[in-house]
Design a protein around this ligand. Structure first.
Ligand SMILES: Nc1ncnc2c1ncn2[C@@H]1O[C@H](COP(=O)(O)OP(=O)(O)OP(=O)(O)O)[C@@H](O)[C@H]1O
Ligand SMILES: [Mg+2]
Length: 508
């Protein structure tokens, strides 16, 4: 076959017949892609479809196994260590890449520090950092050390870093996965502004509404193959989802069960306070799916960590069934049947250097061995079961967790938590970075758990998820519980009213 034309003068970056294998396992199959000047090009596909790999190849972080890349129509060999920055290419990685000990300003200027007369011009760099953060509507202090920032703020720094480099091509790999709606809108505003000035963006996201709202064109990958490239205006969310999964999707959410007020309380939280949470009261009933909604920073995660014994509480009581849990004792709550699934899978959830089996059975080793010896056969069985149940897709079963695609890492984490058959499951952002097909599987899975008598708390910033899944919803604002909604009250407007402070209910 002859090479295709490059797609006209306005194509800044084009890739032809890109293939990629990792240790003999092929993950991209002859993919074509082109990026025009001043466009936002969305890259869509299921978890493991190859989006991040393509992004890394096109931005010079991974060499392709074969295929050609053209910059301004000229063939280039991108330096495979991230040095493509000199060519005007910037990347916001899916998994953060920041050095934890630097300040925000230092991160932004890393490798291109500004000096005057041989002396670092700190005042200028600080002011410039402030300017970019303000532009993004971010309140982060430019002098803060990265390790002290929340996940959302780290993501903002990644974004600020890419934008501050005046790149003409910016790759954004799921930049909004951890952002609130407001933060995402501020980012989009900036992206549109830069696009209109001629910057080109490649945008990876699992949020279909964002893609249809923001992008000019969409390319869909499936199982490492190119499926379609089309103007966004010609597609809607549903057709993109269909192209991604290759089948029609039935309803995303399972049927809700009625809240049963007669069910036993399995968890009672009475007057719990922590550094940023004041006097929280709530309870959880058997077989219930209880949602926690609120703005990012409203204290949901800290409260859940205090309940799980991962974070100290300064006042209050946590009872599981009728037993009082000692404060800050994660072993005691785990022994009482509570499992906690963190949203921060990179820092706290998985051993990134270990394989799937080691991660899966880490907390349940006693089930897979006798007299201190692990049984590989038992572990292998557990892995096979987990892969089936959670549809974990890897082409190489021995891959280390850190090299799995983001969504598949999330599924592995869920599988690991389920290995201990918890009575109470707390999940923080269950579908962060997860594709629609898998989301559906996870929602149905959570509903099935609840039907079997497990009680589930879902902390989520995705409103449709809370509304579609939960039978009761607790809303937090500025460290306090400001309302508990049930039945018909669970609507987007109502939740917004509470989380924005327009409405408040006395909560006992
Ligand atoms: N360094 C690596 N070594 C081995 N396999 C890898 C490596 N990087 C990626 N892979 C594999 O390549 C495939 C594609 O992964 P990739 O991260 O590109 O998916 P993705 O489309 O970005 O998915 P997600 O939506 O979950 O982020 C996966 O099967 C993954 O396990
Ligand atoms: Mg990815």
């Amino acid at each position: 076959m002859l090479s295709k034309p490059l797609g006209g003068d306005d194509v800044v970056l084009s890739a032809q017949r890109i293939s990629k294998s990792f240790s003999g396992v092929q993950v991209l199959f002859s993919v074509d892609f082109d990026l025009r000047r001043g466009e936002i090009h969305a890259l869509m596909g299921e978890n493991g479809a190859g989006k991040s790999t393509l992004v890394k190849i096109l931005s010079g972080f991974e060499p392709p196994s074969s295929g050609e890349i053209f910059l301004d129509g000229q063939p280039v060999k991108l330096p495979a260590n991230g040095a493509a920055e000199a060519l005007g290419i910037a990347v916001i990685h899916q998994e953060f890449n920041l050095a934890e000990h630097l300040t925000v300003t230092e991160s932004l200027f890393l490798g291109r520090e500004v000096a005057r007369y041989g002396i670092l011009d700190r005042a200028y760099m600080r002011a410039e950092t402030r300017r970019v953060l303000d532009m993004l509507g971010s309140k982060i202090n430019e002098g803060s050390v990265i390790s002290s920032l929340s996940v959302a703020d780290k993501q903002m720094v990644e974004i600020a870093k890419a934008i501050s480099r005046d790149a003409r091509i910016v790759f954004m790999d799921e930049p909004t996965a951890v952002l609130s709606r407001g933060e995402a809108e501020a980012l989009f505003k900036q992206v549109r502004k830069l696009r209109d000035l001629g910057t080109s963006f490649v945008f990876v996201s699992h949020k279909l509404d964002e893609v249809t709202e923001l992008s000019d064109r969409v390319t869909v990958l499936r199982d490492g193959q190119w499926v379609k490239t089309a103007p966004t205006a010609m597609l809607d969310g549903e057709s993109i989802a269909q192209l991604m999964v290759g089948r029609e999707l039935s309803s995303l959410y399972p049927k809700k069960s009625e809240p049963n007020v007669d069910e036993a309380r399995v968890l009672s939280v009475i007057g719990v306070s922590t550094a940023h949470v004041r006097d929280a009261h709530f309870d959880l009933r058997r077989g219930e799916i209880l949602g926690f909604s609120g703005m990012i920073g409203s204290g949901r995660t800290e409260l859940m960590e205090a309940v799980a014994g991962l974070y100290p509480r300064s006042a209050g009581e946590v009872h599981i069934d009728d037993a009082l849990m000692p404060a800050g004792d994660v072993q005691a709550t785990a022994a009482a049947g509570l499992a906690y699934m963190t949203k921060d899978r990179k820092a706290k959830g998985l051993l990134l250097g270990a394989d799937m089996t080691a991660n899966l059975t880490l907390q349940s080793l006693d089930r897979h061995g006798r007299w201190g010896y692990l049984s590989p056969a038992s572990e292998a069985k557990a892995l096979a079961r987990a892969r089936r149940r959670f549809d974990i897709r890897v082409r190489d079963a021995g891959v280390v967790a850190g090299r799995m695609s983001g969504g598949n890492q999330q599924k592995l984490l869920l599988a690991k938590v389920m290995e201990i058959t918890p009575k109470i499951l707390i999940i923080d952002e269950p579908t962060r970075g997860i594709d629609v097909g898998t989301k559906q599987q996870i929602y149905h899975f959570i509903a099935a758990l609840a039907r079997d008598g497990c009680s589930v708390i879902v902390v989520s910033s995705e409103m449709p998820e809370i509304i579609g899944l939960c039978t009761r919803v607790v809303v937090m604002r500025a460290g306090r519980i400001v309302g508990v909604l049930e039945g018909d009250e669970i609507t987007e407007q109502e939740i917004m009213r509470y989380s924005a402070g327009l409405k408040q209910k006395a909560v006992a």
